[in-house]
Write a protein that binds this ligand. Structure first.
Ligand code: CA
Ligand code: CA
Ligand code: CA
Ligand code: CA
Length: 277
């Protein structure tokens, strides 16, 4: 008797169906967040305890998913709520110390664990004031230094990025005798100096960053000492001097005529005075 082909196919199908429990397999979960292929930007002023992001994942079998963060270093900064996938910040970020983090997150369907690395970029905030270098600042210049002469340069840097890291200099309060180049910090004589009038200037340099919302600034002192130049002739007092000398007088001696002269220059007068601008 000839076998019915339909019966054999049906038999095979019944055979495969009987094996199906053995052939079932778990399908893996996978992350849905776009940033696993790109990056997350978190600003450095994000507060501890704030929610940074939420992990999203799907499981083809609709298994219950458990989220986590992998590694000791990443766990210092981030905590993940296992059921919801919400990511919390655990530690303050500082872009000036660490500007980028590689963080590995995990999702599990309780049979398999899938991991994905996220590149976290720490965004800059203007949180550093300028810092002056090579202090204290002091310079000695002769009183005949011509106007327009650069006499000193101050230098400050700022660790922030962009305008928040760009320093502008000024005198605070402004000086009548000296100017400072805002961008370069070069101090220049602005008008003629006179040791006999003012021997020293104490100026305050203000370095401020250019952040438009919350600029930060720092002050530094600049001491300018004016040195003397022999720029004044002696002045004779009690003029005119006259006396009679008789022909039989003894030779002229110092006791014969006493002339006092006053040198008005620096080292003879005003020795103990201080003048400040
Ligand atoms: Ca699964
Ligand atoms: Ca910082
Ligand atoms: Ca900063
Ligand atoms: Ca700054």
């Amino acid at each position: 008797m000839k076998a019915n082909p339909c019966n054999s196919i049906l038999g095979w199908l019944l055979f495969l169906y009987s094996l199906s429990p053995c052939l079932s397999y778990n399908r893996l979960p996978y992350f849905l967040n776009y940033y696993f292929d790109q990056y997350i930007l978190i600003y450095e002023n994000a507060s501890v305890g704030s929610s940074i992001t939420k992990l999203w994942a799907r499981d083809p079998d609709n298994d219950t998913l458990v989220f986590g963060v992998v590694g000791e270093e990443a766990s210092k900064y981030f905590a993940v709520e296992s059921e919801t996938g919400v990511v919390w910040l655990r530690q303050t970020l500082d872009r000036e110390e660490i500007s980028e983090l590689q963080v590995e997150f995990s999702v599990s369907d309780k049979q398999s664990v899938i991991k994905g690395i996220v590149n976290i970029q720490v965004g800059d905030v203007n949180d550093n004031p300028p810092v002056f270098h090579n202090q204290p600042y002091s310079v000695r210049i002769p009183e005949n230094t011509p106007t327009g002469t650069p006499i000193f340069i101050v230098n400050a840097t700022d660790r922030d990025q962009g305008t928040g890291g760009s320093v502008l200099y000024s005198f605070q309060p402004p000086s009548r005798f000296f100017s400072i180049d805002g961008a370069r910090g070069v101090v220049t004589v602005q008008r003629p100096l006179d040791y006999e009038t003012t021997r020293a200037y104490q100026l305050q340099v203000n370095g401020t960053d250019q952040d438009k919302d919350h600029p930060l600034s720092t002050l530094a002192n600049l001491a300018i000492t004016i040195t003397d130049i022999q720029d004044m002739d002696p002045i004779f007092v009690n003029l005119p001097y006259s006396t009679n000398i008789y022909e039989n007088s003894p030779p002229v001696s110092s006791s014969f005529l006493y002339i006092s002269s006053i040198v008005v220059d620096i080292w003879k007068c005003m020795l103990d005075e201080d003048h400040f601008d």
